[in-house]
Design a protein around this ligand. Structure first.
Ligand code: ADP
Ligand code: MG
Length: 699
């Protein structure tokens, strides 16, 4: 049975060496199993026949019935194409094939009736369909109409070779017909029942061939569950292995530094969420295993205070601690704030960035190596090989997205045993998703803002209302507040964007004379950038015209208004990050989303969400729903042990939770993989991992 699934698809009728090569290179299909696991990504109702007269712009795939009135070759060389005039009595359209071959030229005949399927595009005054699916009507009529026609991913090369969704589904049908026995089932019957799953065999047949929507839905659910189950099983297994193997420093005491600071120096009461996170971290630090934890907390949720307290735990146990920030400015800000709090306790805190040079740098490096410096705050400079710690026990990495897995690994080398690592991020994603995407990290969440904050008021302005807006800004300036103007600069090379920034700068300088205006963008030299930012931080300039370089972590509590120009060009996550730059002081703050007049529906929704809520988690979820999970998988790919074929990290979040629990249960019941009940599950996991290795080996 196994051997049948592992058979090469060339054994199937209709697959010669040429096609086999195409399937392999375009879809990664080599074996029968690959073919069966190449699921359709949607189904189309093929009972509906459109009239050509009813075609309008923007239609998706449609189905037509009519006659070819004329066929001709036009153009020369690479532009050569075959064009057919196709009419159904209500009108006519063109069918077009590029890269004409002899075989193609003779394939379709004038005066014959066909059924045609494809996406109509306007072409001058008429519509045309390029590379349609086309079949003689006579043949179509001899078989039942398909209500649920599977649609598979195809590539241009496949389309050119006349391989369509129909070809694929016919091939699947052939493979399934010849199958000597049902496809083996990995789950036990009571497991299937518990999770309301159809068998694997049933699911595979139905997803490719069923005509019933309910059967297809059941099949999808089963296949998604299976995929998510094995994803979670491998993540949990990895976790477990790391947990039992990665010996870490044990911080067994809570000592004077922590207690004194906690009881006497913190100027406010910690939020419940901050306390909970500190407990979670503390239990990691006591465990004797190395901590790798992600701390998610919305902008302003007080991650820095948590980081500070945790560093004190390291110091209390005789270790050094480090805090690493993504930019010099942020590192300096952390240093200023934290040194102010900790130096009174007699703690040695130092700053190490690329700016610290010469004798000063040497001194610091020396004292880090001898242990004189207890807490080192800095940028990437911290992980350079020249920085040798006496006894580093903990490193906090702020704003995770600027640090890759590689940099984290470099940190591990900084002591005989790897130091504990706490990664902090203000880009929240739902918890189950975080556990999946950041597979190697445990996750803590600060889901509460400190009390008494005035929520930022967000307003959406159209460009016509600019005058109104400016008078409001003047009032804020008169109150002594500072202002950000942010321009999109998606690609730092885009001249037009820079031009917009320049023009904005000039307009703002003129409009708000005599207040001082600074400008900063990513193309400036780091030193110049720093200078501009610093004068804004010191209120030497009152207005800052900037690109998204200010997105991460900059803290100027006196800034109370952020105007985001061309807000339609930003994604939700970015808008939220930017907005987090205001609302850091006691004053009421405002975020103004400036857009053009006419907005696409999705853009309007983004603006509405921003106006309605300040909750980063709500925004993150909405963002994923609006953008679709594709982007997310793109940004997070490195975290997943294998690619998903059918399940969707965002859309199938609930099923993922269920699958994760089921996987955890199996891992717990059979940690040594000895239980005969689960043999097939472990076997399948090995097969998936092996296949992944082979695949990554090729590509
Ligand atoms: P983020 O999570 O964005 O890094 P910060 O750590 O910069 O947030 O905290 C934002 C502000 O809130 C800081 O000024 C900090 O001192 C203050 N803060 C932190 N925790 C509390 C709390 N429990 N109560 C009141 N203010 C707090
Ligand atoms: Mg922060």
């Amino acid at each position: 049975m196994l051997s049948y699934l592992d058979q090469d698809i060339t054994y199937l009728k209709g697959v010669g060496p040429h096609r086999a090569q195409l399937f392999q290179s375009q879809l990664g299909i080599e074996t029968v199993r690959d073919l069966l696991h190449n699921y359709p990504f949607r189904h189309e109702d093929r009972t509906k026949i459109h009239r050509i007269a009813d075609i309008v712009e923007g239609m998706q795939n449609i189905q037509l019935r009519g006659r070819i009135l004329m066929i001709q070759k036009v153009g020369e060389g690479p532009k050569r194409r075959l064009i057919a005039n196709f009419a159904d009595g209500t009108g006519f359209i063109q069918l077009v094939w590029f890269r004409v071959s002899k075989a193609l030229e003779n394939m379709y005949k004038v005066g014959v009736d066909y059924q045609v399927f494809g996406e109509p595009k306007t072409f001058g005054s008429y519509f045309s369909i390029a590379h349609p699916e086309i079949e003689e009507l006579e043949r179509v009529k001899n078989r039942p109409l398909l209500r649920m026609q599977p649609v598979y991913h195809l590539t241009e090369r496949l389309t050119r070779a006349h391989i369509s969704s129909k070809t694929l589904s016919e091939l699947v049908a052939t493979a399934l017909e010849r199958m000597p026995a049902p496809i083996p089932e990995v789950f036990a019957p009571d497991f299937l029942e518990e999770h309301c799953l159809v068998t694997h065999d049933r699911a595979i047949r139905d997803i490719h061939l069923s005509q019933k929507a309910q059967d297809i839905a059941d099949a999808k659910r089963r296949l998604k569950f299976e995929e998510l189950f094995f994803l979670q099983l491998s993540i949990l297994q990895y976790h477990q292995a790391r947990k039992t193997n990665q010996i870490g420093w044990q911080f067994s005491r809570v000592g004077n530094y922590f207690n004194t600071f906690y009881k006497e120096h913190i100027p406010f009461a910690l939020t419940e969420a901050q306390k909970r996170v500190i407990k979670e971290v503390h239990s990691d630090l006591r465990s004797g295993l190395q901590m790798n934890r992600l701390l998610q907390g919305d902008v302003g949720s007080g991650k820095t205070m948590v980081a500070t307290l945790i560093c004190l735990l390291a110091l209390d146990n005789g270790f050094q601690a480090a805090i690493m920030a993504p930019t010099e400015i942020l590192a300096e800000q952390h240093y200023k704030g934290i040194a102010e709090q900790l130096v009174p306790l007699g703690i040695r805190v130092e700053l190490l960035t690329g700016n610290v040079k010469g004798k000063r740098r040497k001194e610091i490096l020396n004292e880090v190596a001898t242990g004189g410096i207890q807490l080192l705050i800095g940028t990437h400079a911290l992980i350079e090989p020249t920085v040798i710690f006496h006894n580093l026990g903990l490193c906090v990495v702020d704003e995770q997205h600027r640090f890759g897995v590689k940099q984290r690994a470099a940190l591990w080398e900084k002591n005989k045993r790897p130091p504990h690592i706490l990664v902090m991020t203000a880009t929240p994603i739902p918890r189950t998703l975080a556990m999946t995407v950041y597979g190697d990290l445990d996750v803590s969440v600060i889901d509460q803002l400190p009390p008494g904050r005035k929520p930022i008021q967000t307003q959406h302005y159209r460009s016509g209302q600019r005058k109104q807006l400016f008078s409001g800004i003047v009032r804020e300036l008169q109150k002594g507040r500072q202002i950000y103007f942010v321009y999109p600069l998606i690609d730092e090379n885009e001249k037009l964007d820079l031009l917009a920034l320049e023009q904005g700068y000039e307009a703002v300088t003129e409009a708000f004379h005599p207040w001082k205006v600074g400008r900063v963008h990513g193309r400036m030299k780091p030193a110049d950038k720093e200078k501009v930012m610093r004068s804004f931080a010191n209120n030497e300039t009152q207005i800052l015209v900037a690109t998204t370089v200010i997105e991460v972590g900059v803290n100027v509590p006196n800034a109370s208004v952020m105007i985001i120009e061309n807000a339609e060009r930003f994604g939700l996550a970015q808008l939220h990050q930017l907005r987090g730059r205001v609302g850091r002081g006691a004053e009421q703050s405002y975020c103004i989303l400036m857009t053009k007049e006419n907005l696409a529906e999705a853009t309007r929704q983004r603006m509405d969400i921003m106006v309605e809520t300040n909750d980063g988690f709500v925004i993150a979820e909405a963002d994923m729903k609006l953008r679709g999970p594709g982007d997310l998988e793109g940004t997070a790919q490195s975290g997943l042990p294998f690619d998903l074929r059918i399940a969707n990290l965002v859309g199938d979040a609930e099923l993922m939770s269920e699958a994760r629990e089921a996987a955890a249960k199996i891992l717990q019941q059979d940690p040594d993989q000895q239980n005969p009940l689960f043999t097939s599950i472990w076997g399948e996991l090995r097969r998936i991992k092996q296949q992944q290795r082979n695949f990554s080996g090729i590509s």
